[in-house]
Design a protein around this ligand. Structure first.
Ligand SMILES: Nc1nc2c(c(=O)[nH]1)N[C@H]1C(S)=C(S)[C@@H](COP(=O)(O)OP(=O)(O)OC[C@H]3O[C@@H](n4cnc5c(=O)[nH]c(N)nc54)[C@H](O)[C@@H]3O)O[C@H]1N2
Ligand SMILES: Nc1nc2c(c(=O)[nH]1)N[C@H]1C(S)=C(S)[C@@H](COP(=O)(O)OP(=O)(O)OC[C@H]3O[C@@H](n4cnc5c(=O)[nH]c(N)nc54)[C@H](O)[C@@H]3O)O[C@H]1N2
Ligand code: SF4
Ligand SMILES: [Mo]
Length: 684
């Protein structure tokens, strides 16, 4: 018997630490959260209790597979690793010879946030000169917008929310997506009398359990934040001293917010002027006050404007002065400083790559006839774009192309792997070494392999070492071992990581970064170009965007969603799944077997629809057939469908992203998937 320390690999802010008990036969027989870890406190979420089931699932891909039937048929035969590597590398070489390296496209996203597995292919594909995937469908817009106000930095530790007296969970479903924060710091704050406010178009689990739910119309948060700033400035409730000393553009902001009296914001947001006044005054007069936001607001054509307007509020009221006050979001920059990311990233001489495509536009990248050169080889790892990328039908159309050679490195035959020519078996977190930063806590973890890889599964890093060899790439950095890479990443000497070594991490499993009394903005010191909290952003002005916070209406019609589709579709996360993972492991009795769309009683009645009906949700991108749940979870005009479900779980084999547009936000970074508008009718 041995106990092995590890950590959850998922793209979840909690980054829980765990302990696996392994018997003498090398099998993981027991598994629990690490009770000593200050954030996990011994409890894993309900999804992760199924991790051992995931590891030992009969459905795991354990050997390299080659397609033996038509694309999408799921017919594969087992091949050896040697044959697999030979087929992939010769296809890459042949394609490069014929069409150049840009005809190769890697697609990698959020299957794991571990430093090794997440970035494993970056150096390989840059050495190859492949087309680069830029932008993202999670976090980039929000991070960019927050950075435009306070700089690319972490402004508070999430745990300090416990000292807050007024917490606004703005576009984040904390009780579902960030469970240890909800059960930890937020519960503590509440016990000490804090008011918890949720701003969300959906009555989520979080909203239902909060003190106050502000049920804003999707895509209108900028108008709400501007009206709050209108009230705060009008009534002199802002922190004059903080603003004078540490903020840039107050005069412009004061003029701008005059355009957003609460009565005007009421028309835009659906929140009454009286409630907006009350909300603004409560926020500005309670301290410490904190706004927490993650990614819920960003996935719109105007997503950056929403996050930017909201991010101006804490500076205006001087919330950063006190512990427990400020803006809580991604905790990324502290890891960027503590670890040497360059160990995983392409060397300078391979940058920039000569073609980049946007992650949200995968379907277009695979089908656009003007793409020169067209994408001939696609390699997907750490992602299941058929479920998670916008415009599902176009993604599938691309994957079905006979002249596309698709390789998928996976743990399961996902809906994406179904269309692959070659499927390669990937290890799970029980089977590989990994260094885990966190984007939601200040803890670093080392995940040691608890068991030997099952079958012939290999970590992403090993896959790219094998491919590098087969391609004849001899650069040393492409062949470093996993442990060598981790030691190099940790060798920064930065104060945050001082005293934390590979050995101490291996011994304890995790360590707290040395953040001290982390309140970097108490006396200003913003990391923006001006060193101030930028209500006015020169960077935005230079990019041709309004430099002050502004509300810009969505323009869903620009993306071909037509006027016949009046209902706004929000498609966010589900409590039982982690993005598209675990959908195939659902258990009778614990999870509903099919997705349901949430519809407001008025919208249902006007369409002659009753609770439990099978309905069709459609727009020009696709159609989804599911049962309807008539409820007050949404307001009139808004419907809700969780995005995580695999297509096979709906009545017609299309899931939420079959209805989402594949454009990018107006700041050209993130996806506009939540601009989606649809119609719903009873299924015939
Ligand atoms: N409509 C809509 N769309 C969304 C969202 C939404 O809210 N609504 N959310 C967006 C967000 S926030 C995100 S992060 C993305 C997530 O999008 P994806 O990155 O596609 O996330 P997953 O569905 O988790 O798919 C990850 C896949 O990687 C595999 N995997 C896990 N670990 C490893 C590994 O070590 N190696 C390899 N090779 N594979 C591995 C898993 O088995 C899984 O199939 O979806 C986005 N899409
Ligand atoms: N159980 C579970 N936990 C997860 C995940 C999961 O799939 N399942 N995914 C993980 C990942 S990858 C991420 S990035 C995080 C994300 O964590 P969150 O940001 O909390 O998650 P989301 O569900 O993307 O969005 C949060 C909320 O934003 C709301 N929202 C949508 N549009 C708007 C709007 O216009 N205005 C406002 N104010 N709110 C809006 C949605 O209704 C949703 O309730 O969660 C992580 N944790
Ligand atoms: S998914 Fe999130 S909450 Fe669940 S165990 Fe992993 S890190 Fe913790
Ligand atoms: Mo995400």
């Amino acid at each position: 018997m041995k106990k092995v320390h590890g950590a959850c690999p998922h793209d979840c802010p909690d980054t829980c630490a765990w302990v696996v008990t392994v018997n003498d036969e090398g099998e993981a027989i027991e598994f629990h959260g690490d009770p000593d870890h200050p954030f996990t406190k011994g409890a894993l979420c309900s999804k992760l209790k199924r991790y051992p089931q995931r590891v030992y699932s009969q459905e795991r891909v354990l050997y390299p597979l080659k397609r033996s039937g038509p694309k999408g048929s799921g017919e594969f035969v087992r091949i050896s690793w040697d044959q697999a590597i030979e087929e992939v590398s010769s296809k890459f070489k042949e394609t490069i010879e014929k069409s150049g390296p840009l005809a190769v496209l890697p697609y990698n996203f959020a299957g794991t946030i571990g430093m090794l597995q997440r970035y494993a292919g970056e150096q390989f594909f840059s050495r190859l000169g492949a087309t680069e995937i830029l932008g993202d469908i999670c976090g980039a817009t929000a991070y960019d917008a927050i950075s435009s106000v306070i700089g690319p930095m972490d402004s508070m530790q999430v745990e300090d929310l416990q000292y807050s007296k007024f917490i606004i969970l703005w576009g984040t479903n904390t009780a579902t997506t960030n469970v240890h924060l909800w059960g930890g710091a937020i519960a503590t704050a509440r016990r000490s009398g804090a008011t918890i406010v949720v701003v969300d178009p959906i009555k989520t689990n979080t909203a239902a359990h909060a003190d106050w739910h502000i049920q804003v119309k999707p895509g209108t948060d900028a108008a709400l934040a501007l009206a709050m700033m209108h009230v705060i400035i009008r009534d002199g409730l802002y922190d004059k001293e903080f603003v004078d000393m540490h903020c840039l553009g107050f005069n412009g902001l004061s003029e701008r917010v005059k355009e957003y009296p609460p009565e005007k914001a009421e028309e835009i947001t659906g929140i009454s002027a009286t409630e907006i006044e009350k909300f603004a005054i409560a926020y500005a007069t309670t301290s410490p006050s904190a706004i927490r936001t993650v990614v819920g607001m960003e996935r719109y054509s105007n997503g950056h404007t929403a996050v930017r307007a909201v991010a101006c509020l804490p500076g205006l009221v001087g919330a950063y002065r006190e512990k427990g006050g400020g803006l809580s979001s991604f905790m990324l920059s502290m890891f960027f400083e503590a670890l040497d990311y360059s160990v995983m990233l392409p060397p300078e001489e391979h940058l920039p790559r000569s073609r980049s495509l946007h992650l949200a536009e995968l379907g277009r990248a695979l089908t656009d006839p003007d793409m020169d050169p067209p994408v001939e080889c696609l390699m997907v790892y750490n992602s299941n774009p058929v479920v998670t990328a916008p415009n599902q039908n176009l993604v599938i159309e691309g994957l079905k192309r006979d002249d596309l050679f698709a390789v998928v490195h996976e743990q399961f035959i996902t809906d994406t792997a179904l269309y692959a020519d070659i499927v390669l078996p990937a290890t799970t977190q029980f089977e590989h070494l990994e260094l885990m930063p966190s984007w939601g806590t200040g803890y670093l973890a080392l995940n040691k392999p608890a068991i030997e890889p099952l079958g012939e599964a290999v970590p992403n890093t090993e896959l790219f070492r094998r491919l590098s060899r087969a391609m004849g790439f001899t650069e040393t950095y492409l062949h470093l071992s996993d442990e060598e890479r981790i030691r190099l990443m940790m060798a920064t000497g930065h104060k945050y990581i001082c005293g934390i070594t590979y050995e101490t991490l291996a011994e304890n499993g995790w360590a707290s970064l040395n953040l001290g009394d982390f309140q970097p903005l108490a006396n200003g010191q913003f990391t923006t170009p001006s060193g101030k909290c930028e209500f006015y952003s020169q960077d935005y002005a230079d990019a041709g965007q309004d430099p002050l916070p502004i509300y810009e209406p969505l323009d869903p019609f620009e993306y071909g969603v037509d006027y016949e589709t009046p209902l706004h579709l929000v498609s966010a996360k589900n409590a039982h799944f982690l993005n598209s993972e675990y959908v195939n492991l659902r258990h009778r009795g614990t999870v509903k077997h099919q997705p349901e769309v949430e519809m407001n009683p008025q919208d249902a009645a006007s369409r002659d629809i009753v609770d439990g009906d099978m309905v069709r949700l459609y727009n020009r991108f696709g159609e989804v057939r599911v049962r309807v749940h008539v409820s007050n979870m949404t307001k009139e005009g808004v419907v809700y469908l969780p995005f995580n479900w695999w297509p096979e779980t709906t009545a017609n084999g299309q899931s939420a992203n079959a209805l989402t547009p594949d454009g990018v936000s107006r700041r050209d970074i993130g996806s506009n998937a939540f601009d989606a508008h649809i119609q719903i009718r009873k299924a015939g």
